[in-house]
Design a protein around this ligand. Structure first.
Ligand code: SAH
Length: 417
């Protein structure tokens, strides 16, 4: 079995990469360990369920970045940066990355010489190819290859693309991205589509999603499906609710929830992701959703100021967690359920603590193993108001939603779509 093979022969890059922390454990033990870690943080707040694990926890990463550079002998290599350094560890095959990526990267390495394509040398700043980003649709099989170059001048790009497509007809789109910066960000701002549509699509929970090179999309779609299903289940939707999907990325959670809600407002700061979200709603025929390009805290604060009624608030912030402004506005709007999706149990705990002080209590936490073998754990937490405020108390001026019902259409018409 695949699983046993991996456990018998640990990863050859383990020490230098540092990405996988639990390779020495069985998968079951690893899930127990992850639950223990979440419990340590969250058990004083609420019940922590067993971790929702993955049936086949290998080759799940559908976003792969490989750095190109020279080794100590000046030979071009591609792989990962050694932990806390800028030395590239050449990687032939990774146990958690999508299999198709390894083969494509190998082909790109063999095409370097015939196309006289020089890899970028960080020390001298010379050479062209810096990174290759490969994103694949787990359920559609579509594949995107992004060639990240130090300069826009890539003389043989058409022929190079043709050769790559000849070796891998499964690739559905190829882009060039120009990144001339010296920091550690992978993608620059400029793109040129060399082949195909410039994006790929994937399906999740029966919906179709467009993924552009820089848009956030869960790297483990098999588990993302379980995560979203759990989040929507915890929201207890009946078809009437006004829902906010905060930090919505390409609109995934909101679009999945829309079929069971009255209407959905999605908010996201990355313009590319918002464009994808608008296209995704259209593609899926979802009409009761509207997306706003805004800072989630600023958006929620204006909802609170407008007396906007929100019944369910989904929030899925990045690792750093949410902002005081957002949490304060959430407590003021007082949705009957907050479903907090978190990729960092530490910031989840911090934010749950803030919401508890503001009148909520955490009911349950479901950890989901989105990143098997690594130290990361995703979790979804349900929060509910502690008790309904008395009519004469609170700044809302009475009523559970601060008399918002009369004004509930206030935010309509301001969205991107
Ligand atoms: N819910 C989505 C995306 C979650 S990732 C999904 O499951 O696919 C977090 C998202 O928050 C990213 O798309 C990021 O661009 C966005 N983001 C980060 N800071 C933000 C902020 N202050 N306001 C709004 N969106 C933000």
């Amino acid at each position: 079995m695949e699983k046993e093979r991996h456990q018998a022969g640990p990863c050859p890059y383990d020490k230098q990469c540092g990405g996988c922390r639990y390779l020495h454990l069985s998968y079951e033990k690893q899930l127990e360990e992850k639950r223990r870690a979440v419990r340590e943080l969250m058990q004083s707040h609420c019940r922590v369920h067993p971790v929702i694990g993955m049936e086949d926890p290998w080759h799940y990463r559908h976003k792969v970045v490989s750095a190109f550079g020279l080794d100590q002998k000046g030979v071009p290599v591609s792989g990962i940066y050694e932990e806390n350094s800028h030395r590239i560890v050449p990687v032939e095959a990774c146990a958690i990355e999508a299999r198709e990526a390894d083969a494509i990267l190998k082909t790109i390495r063999t095409l370097l010489r015939p196309f006289k394509l020089r890899v970028y040398d960080e020390d001298s700043g010379r050479g062209l190819l810096r990174y290759v980003l490969i994103r694949s649709g787990c359920f559609t099989g579509q594949i995107m290859v992004v060639l990240v170059t130090a300069s826009p001048v890539f003389p043989s790009k058409r022929n190079f693309t043709d050769a790559l497509l000849k070796a891998h007809p499964e690739i559905t789109t190829v882009l060039q991205n120009v990144n001339g910066r010296t920091d550690s960000l992978i993608l620059g701002d400029r793109y040129q589509t060399l082949y195909g549509k410039g994006y790929i699509e994937d399906t999740l929970c029966g919906r179709r999603f467009r993924i552009s090179p820089a848009s956030f999309y869960q790297v483990n779609p098999v588990q993302a499906q379980k995560l979203y299903e759990k989040a929507v289940e915890l929201a207890g939707l009946t078809g009437k609710e006004t829902v906010v999907d905060a930090y919505c990325g390409t609109g995934t959670i909101g679009i999945v929830a829309a079929g069971r809600a009255g209407r959905v407002l999605g908010v996201e700061s990355n313009p590319e992701a918002v464009r994808d979200a608008v296209a995704n709603a259209k593609e899926n025929g979802v009409r009761n959703i509207r997306f706003y390009r805004d800072d989630a805290g600023h958006f929620l604060k204006s909802c609170a100021a407008d007396g906007q009624r929100v019944d369910v608030l989904f929030m899925d912030p990045p690792r750093a967690g949410s902002s005081p402004e957002f949490l304060e506005a959430a407590a003021q709007i007082r949705p009957s359920r907050i479903v907090y999706v978190s990729c960092s149990p530490e910031t989840l705990e911090r934010d749950v603590g803030i919401l508890e002080k503001a009148g909520y209590w955490a009911r349950e936490v479901w950890p989901v193993d989105m990143f098997p073998w690594t130290g990361s754990t995703e979790a979804v937490c349900l929060l509910e108001p502690k008790a309904r405020p008395r009519k004469d108390s609170g700044k809302n001026g009475g009523g559970r939603n601060g008399g918002a019902e009369a004004k509930r259409d206030h935010a309509k018409g301001k969205g991107v779509h």
